[in-house]
Design a protein around this ligand. Structure first.
Ligand SMILES: Nc1ncnc2c1ncn2[C@@H]1O[C@H](COP(=O)(O)OP(=O)(O)OP(=O)(O)O)[C@@H](O)[C@H]1O
Ligand SMILES: [Mg+2]
Length: 338
């Protein structure tokens, strides 16, 4: 148990003594609580306009939103870097910013657009960073964190010679050497190529497996969908939807999609005559079925058409549809634009 009483990330929940023989259950503790958070900039701009969420121990929580939504402002208030205009923020049991110093060492931060020190080697950077946290990192520990982020082969390289993805991984190594329980990653994958993004996803998944709590901001819907236990969608300073990915899809009634790949001539016109909502793109037709229970009936209507449907498949609608519905935004190369 830590001095401030919030203790290990997973608390043991003991059932009442009388009667019950239920086994002891492990309940995740709340690691971050944000209530009514506001951050206004003069004269009257509401960058964060009354935001509520909480983050459970051991989960990946994503704050998803387009440029200017208020993500970095929210994270920086949680990191004690900006004073809120109103509301309450508790991180690992400490009220922020007032008592943040009490928990600072248990939190790791990767700022947006992180760039390491050009002229330090990878291993030196990690050692130096540990010293800033008043820790002496042994060679073994440095190797351990570089292994975790997949940078062991670049130990002696100068930071200025790393690729963008490697720099981001070095940033995460710097975060990890402080052995934080809670990690804030502000857009860790922006600007990386698809391969670099996926490599960082696997680092983040490994952190979760180790029981770390990860707070992530991102523009990418697929990232939020693949990595997160909970997602909050932020837009113009407000959280407009939050829950598990499944809950968001269900609440938005996103339903299913039927995809016709390489249909024959006249198929799109026939689908339109049936009055089905859909779109034609590339070499296919996508039809939305809002109520999952209607899927069979719609498939029946389609197969009864006297046209070549091509190859038929169905898929669950994605978070993309939910976002587009919520804010009328659009996507550019998988990134949110509103
Ligand atoms: N110090 C400041 N003074 C005035 N306005 C600010 C300040 N910092 C941020 N803003 C404004 O607050 C809004 C939210 O900014 P923020 O950086 O939190 O967005 P974001 O969601 O992180 O965006 P991005 O995805 O581009 O990083 C923006 O319109 C920004 O211009
Ligand atoms: Mg930002």
């Amino acid at each position: 148990m830590h001095a401030d009483g919030i203790g290990p990330l997973h608390r043991t929940y003991a059932p009442p003594k009388y009667g019950s023989n239920l086994p002891t259950r492990v309940m995740p503790a709340t690691v971050v609580e944000v209530h009514g958070l506001k951050k206004h900039y003069p004269p009257d701009f509401k960058a964060v306009d009354g935001v509520d969420f909480r983050i459970l121990g051991g989960e990946v929580f994503s704050l998803l939103g387009p440029n200017g939504a208020g993500k970095t402002t929210t994270v920086e208030v949680m990191e004690g870097l900006r004073d809120p205009t109103g509301g309450e923020v508790r991180v690992l049991g400490a009220s922020v910013p007032r008592d943040y110093d009490r928990v600072r060492k248990r939190v790791g931060v990767l700022p947006q657009n992180f760039d390491p020190f050009d002229r330090l080697k990878v291993s030196e950077t990690v050692t130096y960073w540990a010293a800033l946290f008043e820790r002496t990192a042994t060679k073994k520990e440095v190797k351990g964190v570089l292994d975790t982020v997949g940078l062991a082969h670049r130990t002696d390289a100068l930071a200025m010679h790393l690729s963008g993805g490697e720099k981001r991984r070095l940033g995460i190594a710097m975060v990890l050497v402080g052995e934080p329980e809670l990690i804030f990653l502000d857009e860790p994958t922006t600007g990386l190529d698809p391969h670099g993004r996926r490599e960082l996803w696997s680092v983040i998944r490994d952190l979760r497996k180790e029981g770390k709590t990860v707070f992530l901001t991102t523009h990418y819907l697929d990232e939020a969908e693949h990595l997160s236990d909970h997602v909050a969608v932020m837009h113009k300073g407000k959280i407009i939807a939050q829950g598990t990915v499944d809950e968001l899809l269900e609440k938005a009634g996103a339903g299913r999609e039927i995809v016709l790949s390489r249909p024959g001539p006249g198929t799109w016109e026939a689908v339109q005559r049936l009055g089905l909502p859909g779109r034609q793109e590339n070499h296919g037709i996508t039809i939305q079925v809002k109520e999952v229970g209607r899927l069979r009936a719609v498939l029946g209507d389609l197969t009864a058409l006297d046209v070549d449907l091509g190859e038929i498949s169905t898929r669950r609608a994605s978070l993309e549809e939910v976002f587009l519905q919520l804010v009328g935004g659009r996507l550019e190369e998988g990134e949110l634009r509103a």
